[in-house]
Write a protein that binds this ligand. Structure first.
Ligand code: XIL
Length: 362
């Protein structure tokens, strides 16, 4: 039995109901043919409670990332009290469906510990960070494809020479906190690809160019100091209206510089806001699909790009529904599947970009 037949069999056993789309393989299959992983961010408790959602993940994805449940606050809501049930469920789901899993994220200034303010000094901060990373990354040791160790640490407008964002972690621990987090994560899980993840790097604008330079400086600094970092995560939260500022060469130049540092690249949170498009559905879907296709075609030209994840899989559950609400109030259409789990032009666009991507080794 081939791997694909085995998978189809496993799917049929778990999810007897089938839809017509299943005649065509899932994105995971097209990704695999190009030596890529494809996946999406999964919401809790939706993955447990909505069977159609779970089935869509199993069909389409070879990698899954929890959208929220592994962030600092959700996973350690009180000092020393961890909540692993949602992420454990997702890890088990991945095992059952032959999928990899990414961890997101060990250190971020948002959705951080709600009790962060009670930390008195550097010594306590260091102890808490160690306990957090060793406990969380340690729990999934050996089974995570990769971990977003540090998320969004660069923010040029904060005015620092090193480009680092002014956060409580920076204030408590100093600028070495990034390096510290990676070293602890490597002790906790020596197999996971340790990733620095950030946003706002997609367009050919002066602001994004200076952020790209700051990110490159940070990555170079970490490599020079022999910090265990293995990958860069490009969030890629795109917007149809802003996409006029996209220049494939600028993206490719940025990716090349990262690849030359010996790092892999993952597109970690891809989605495309349709806020400024007219309501008419066919036109809107085409415009969004075009953005997916253009962006991925440019990104996948770089062979260091090894995985593509969208930030959600279906328009039924996406943070853009509230984050980038449409002025008319009509539901957003921003992800590969519609609200009823039907494949949209965005799905075909991703498939086509995978089909034409230069093949890479695993
Ligand atoms: C978002 C989630 O999608 C929302 O559900 C949550 O309310 C806020 O965070 N960059 C990141 C992700 O790294 O963790 C964010 O996820 C989106 C922006």
């Amino acid at each position: 039995m081939t791997r694909r037949t085995a998978l189809a069999g496993a799917l049929a056993a778990t999810f007897p109901a089938r839809n017509a789309d299943e005649e065509e393989p899932g994105l995971r299959e097209y990704a695999a043919r190009a030596g890529l992983l494809y996946g999406a961010a999964a919401a809790w408790p939706v993955l447990r409670d909505d069977e159609s959602y779970a089935r869509a993940f199993a069909q389409e994805c070879s990698i899954l990332v929890p959208e929220n449940v592994l962030k600092m606050g959700p996973v350690q809501p009180e000092p020393g009290a961890f909540r692993f049930e949602p992420a454990d469920f997702m890890a088990e789901f991945c095992r059952r469906h032959d999928m990899r899993m990414r961890g997101h994220t060990l250190l971020w200034h948002q959705q951080a510990w709600p009790w962060l303010k009670t930390i008195a000094d550097a010594q306590e901060a260091r102890k808490r960070l160690e306990e957090h990373i060793l406990t969380v990354a340690g729990r999934y040791r050996g089974s995570m494809h990769s971990w977003d160790v540090v998320n969004e640490a660069v923010h040029v407008p904060d005015g620092r020479q090193d480009g680092l964002r002014k956060t409580p972690f920076l204030e408590l621990l100093g600028s070495d906190y990034v390096e510290l987090a990676f070293r602890i994560a490597h002790d906790a899980d020596p197999q996971a690809k340790l990733t620095y993840n950030d946003y706002g790097l997609d367009y050919d604008t002066p602001g994004q160019e200076s952020k790209r330079q700051a990110v490159l400086r940070l990555l170079r600094h970490l490599k020079e100091r022999e910090v265990p970092i293995h990958a860069f995560g490009m969030q890629a939260h795109l917007d149809w209206a802003e996409f006029r500022h996209f220049n494939p060469e600028t993206l490719q130049r940025f990716f090349r510089e990262i690849a030359e540092l010996g790092l892999e690249i993952y597109i970690t949170e891809l989605d495309v806001s349709d806020r400024d498009l007219p309501d008419e559905i066919a036109q809107r879907d085409e415009a969004i699909a075009k953005v997916y296709h253009t962006y991925l075609t440019a990104a996948l030209a770089e062979r260091a790009v090894k995985a593509v994840l969208t930030w959600g899989l279906t328009d039924r559950y996406t943070w853009l529904a509230t984050r980038r609400q449409r002025p008319s109030g009509t539901p957003v259409r921003v992800l590969p599947l519609d609200r009823d789990y039907r494949r949209k032009p965005a799905w075909q666009a991703i498939r086509d970009a995978f089909r034409t991507a230069p093949a890479r080794d695993g």
